[in-house]
Ligand binder design. Structure first.
Ligand SMILES: [Zn+2]
Length: 327
């Protein structure tokens, strides 16, 4: 497959621009399907131990000597409440793509991007440690997030990817809002992050993260909201569309970045369902998180710290959102 690390060819060279409709079809039809083929080949074979994933894992363990990790507070590492089902439904996103080109095709659509954490959280620990009500229970307002072993912070990664996504999606006519844009000292709290998507009546919300797991753990995963109905949390109406959104994001992320689904969570599917995240529990609009890679693994960190790779990550997530919005 396309697991060639950071040196893979650019998507521009693979998909030369021809005309708007051709581009639309290339992006939405074969792209999405190819993404799924790659995705299924890697993650849908039971345990993610297929030849491609195995080779990636071997390469990772060979090039990533075990090093002690310094745990960093991150709500991304809480328990997983449910295993995802494999067998994502491949609907045909081509159905409604004939009416226009990509350019301007998202006019009227509202997308909220939530860059996880905040670079200023480290300086405002008391403020971010206060608890907020997430419906099912109480949780810290926000967390610092993790960092690579060389000190590249998750919060800087998430903001950079979010800003790149905004550029890509605005170019297609969408209204794009960020929950924070490096313009506030800390936070926002997870309940406010959810509220911002709700109040914007967003058609889709994606929260951007990178994980802080052990060295040797590699790859991305998308976190889907599980069904919760307690206090202010009621995800019953968003579980299904959020899964659809998450599957589109995962498939396009594989296709555009060439990165494999996680080898340590999600059974190779790249999809994980959780009921402990306030940002998901309090959402009333379709929303997923994506953990783009593991900052504590040196091979993943080499990708996460690369601006060229972050551009691909932004493109993959954005194309997943576009695919979802076009139905
Ligand atoms: Zn995070």
């Amino acid at each position: 497959m396309s697991y060639v690390g950071p040196d893979f060819e650019t998507s521009e060279s693979r998909r030369p621009r021809r005309g708007p409709l051709t581009v639309a079809l290339a992006a939405l039809v074969p792209g999405a399907l190819l993404g799924w083929l790659v995705y299924e080949a890697v993650g849908g074979t039971g345990g993610g131990s297929g030849s491609s994933a195995g080779a990636v894992g071997a390469a990772a363990s060979a090039s990533a000597p075990a090093s002690p990790t310094t745990p960093t507070r991150d709500d991304d590492k809480a328990s997983v409440s449910a295993k995802p089902t494999l067998a994502p439904s491949v609907s045909t996103p081509a159905a409604r793509s004939g009416s226009g080109s990509l350019k301007g095709g998202l006019t009227g659509k509202v997308i909220v991007i939530d860059p996880g954490h905040n670079p200023g959280n480290f300086q405002h620990t008391a403020a971010i440690n206060r608890t907020v009500d997430i419906g099912t229970n109480s949780k810290e307002c926000d967390t610092t997030g993790t960092a690579t072993n060389s000190g590249y912070e998750e919060a800087k990664f998430t903001l950079d990817v979010a800003q790149r996504m905004r550029t890509l999606l605005q170019r297609q006519g969408a209204t794009v809002k960020l929950t924070q844009d490096g313009d506030r000292p800390y936070g926002p709290c997870v309940d406010e992050r959810a509220r911002l998507g709700n109040q914007a009546h967003a058609d889709a919300v994606v929260s951007i993260h990178a994980d802080g797991s052990a060295a040797g753990n590699r790859g991305f995963h998308v976190i889907l909201p599980g069904g919760v109905h307690a206090g202010a949390a009621d995800t019953r109406t968003i579980v299904a569309p959020s899964r659809e959104l998450g599957e589109r994001v995962a498939g396009n992320f594989v296709r555009v970045t060439g990165t494999a689904p996680s080898n340590y969570i999600g059974d190779g599917s790249g999809l994980v369902t959780r009921t402990d995240l306030g940002g998901l529990n309090l959402s009333t609009v379709p929303k997923v998180f994506i953990e783009c890679g593991n900052m504590r693994d040196s091979t993943d960190a080499a990708l996460l710290t690369s601006g060229a790779w972050r551009q691909k990550a932004a493109q993959g997530i954005s194309e997943g959102i576009v695919s979802f919005l076009r139905g």
